[in-house]
Design a protein around this ligand. Structure first.
Ligand SMILES: Cc1cc2nc3c(=O)[nH]c(=O)nc-3n(C[C@H](O)[C@H](O)[C@H](O)COP(=O)(O)OP(=O)(O)OC[C@H]3O[C@@H](n4cnc5c(N)ncnc54)[C@H](O)[C@@H]3O)c2cc1C
Length: 436
């Protein structure tokens, strides 16, 4: 008979790790599935032992020691029945089946990309995407980089790139200074954030940070050579080798939607215990709203305690969690997209890169009052390998089209996944051995 996990967690970022540490205090059988090779999520990608910051070391160490089993390299793709999910393992080429009593979804967020002329040129990358490449060994020494878009990630990425030897030409933040002031007031209430901001400022000394400024075109012969920027009044160009460009983050909602969790205001609806609208399913971190790493850690801990039955322990954290949520709301408001960045495309600008769908063809459908499903059927927008993960948030921003449904498998899997029986025994035996 297959083993049941008392608490199964999807996502080994800060929220998932904090949930695992908290749930494991109750001596339960806890496992964490993540599609990366190591725990850490987006922010702590490099894994245990390769990071110097004490807060990261502390959490990564607590996670390693807590007794929860990390099932890395597994991507959760479907949920065939209540209490069961299936994950694809690239290493073994097997669809694995997991049984659980309680589930915590901590699937994080991804960058939002907005199309503009030239954004598909080689050399134009997502800001977080370039950071991830650099963490994986991509050499940016001596490369001239413009960092543009919106959100606090721009500064974090710029500091990282500069530290690793890039010449950061400028950081261009589309939000105006006036819009960012209330967020700055929230920051000022948090000593830890002030320290982070001061450290970032010191790392970025000499780098120009322009607010109310955004890219209008990436230009080059076969690859990026310069970027055209504007502050709404004038236009100028900056020579660069790379443009790191992202427009804040959007929650990863595919799995919560697959499990039937209610989504409100583009985030998973949860109560104070991080319980979703589905009994026994909790959600923590960025899928409940973009609010940063401190919120993810607190929500993860609350979800882990609540899933383990320790609601008293979880309640003690609720006030702090609410404060982090308020910080997240101020951040979302500060970095709201200005209208101008939604009007950058020309008719030929590609919006869906997987299926080569142009802005012009989508605009024609939008003008005829079609929706996202119509656009998918008529143009194949969002039907390619990324399954709308890149173009979905863009078309939502451009045309107001929301993705109304998800279908399993929520990530593309090889056909082998459907011609063999999902495995449960093999992996559960292996996991048990790892626990001993
Ligand atoms: C690209 C990127 C770079 C970032 N860089 C920084 C930074 O430098 N500094 C900073 O302060 N903040 C950064 N952030 C923001 C930061 O990630 C959040 O503030 C916070 O850490 C989120 O924690 P989390 O646990 O909610 O999500 P994450 O850290 O994103 O963890 C979610 C985990 O779930 C996994 N996952 C998702 N779906 C599945 C699935 N179906 N099956 C299996 N596993 C799955 C993901 O691979 C990931 O490991 C970044 C965000 C992004 C998107």
């Amino acid at each position: 008979m297959s083993m049941r996990w008392d608490v199964l967690i999807v996502g080994a970022g800060p929220a998932g790790m904090a949930a695992a540490v908290a749930a494991s205090r109750g001596r339960l059988r806890v496992a964490v599935l993540d599609d990366n090779a190591a725990a850490g999520g987006q922010i702590w990608r490099r894994g245990l032992g390769e990071t110097a910051e004490p807060a990261k070391q502390k959490m990564l160490h607590a996670f390693k020691e807590c007794g929860a089993v990390l099932l890395a390299g597994r991507r959760v793709v479907q949920a065939p029945e209540p209490g069961v999910l299936e994950a694809w393992c690239d290493e073994t080429n097997v669809l694995e089946r997991y049984h659980y009593d309680r589930l915590i979804l901590a699937t994080g967020a991804r960058e939002r990309f907005l199309p503009f002329p030239g954004w598909t040129l080689p050399g134009v990358m997502g800001a977080g995407g370039l950071q991830a490449l650099v963490r994986g060994g991509y050499d940016v020494r001596g490369k001239r980089v413009v960092v543009a878009g919106t959100g606090p990630l721009l500064m974090a990425v710029a500091a990282h790139l500069k530290h690793d030897g890039a010449k950061v030409v400028a950081i261009c933040e589309q939000a105006s200074m006036a819009r960012m002031l209330p967020f700055a007031a929230q920051l000022a209430k948090k000593p830890s954030k002030i320290l982070q901001a001061v450290a970032l400022g010191a790392n970025l000394r000499g780098v120009s940070y322009k607010t109310g400024c955004w890219p209008v075109a990436a230009i080059g012969n076969g690859r990026l050579q310069h970027v055209e920027l504007t502050d709404g009044r004038r236009r100028w160009t900056e020579q660069c080798d790379l443009l790191a460009c992202g427009f804040h983050l959007v929650p990863n909602l595919e799995l919560p939607l697959l499990f039937g969790c209610r989504v409100e205001n583009d985030a998973v609806a949860v109560n104070a215990m991080q319980q979703t609208s589905v009994a026994g399913v909790y959600c923590a971190g960025e899928p409940t709203g973009i609010a940063g790493v401190d919120a993810a850690l607190l929500q993860g801990e609350i979800a882990g305690l609540a899933a383990a039955g320790n609601t008293g322990g979880a309640e003690k954290l609720v006030a702090r969690s609410k404060a982090e949520r308020a910080f997240g709301e101020a951040m979302t408001s500060a970095f709201r997209l200005r209208d101008e960045v939604l009007r950058l495309c020309d008719a030929n600008t590609i919006v869906c890169r997987c299926e080569d769908v142009s802005y012009g063809s989508l605009k024609a459908l939008a003008d005829e009052k079609n929706n996202w499903t119509d656009a998918k059927l008529l143009t194949r927008c969002g039907m390619g390998p990324c399954q709308g993960r890149v173009c979905g948030p863009a078309v939502e921003a451009l045309f107001g089209w929301k993705n109304a449904s998800v279908r399993p498998p929520v990530f593309p899997v090889p056909i082998a996944a459907f011609i063999t029986e999902p495995q449960s025994e093999f992996d559960n035996q292996q996991a048990l051995q790892e626990m001993q």
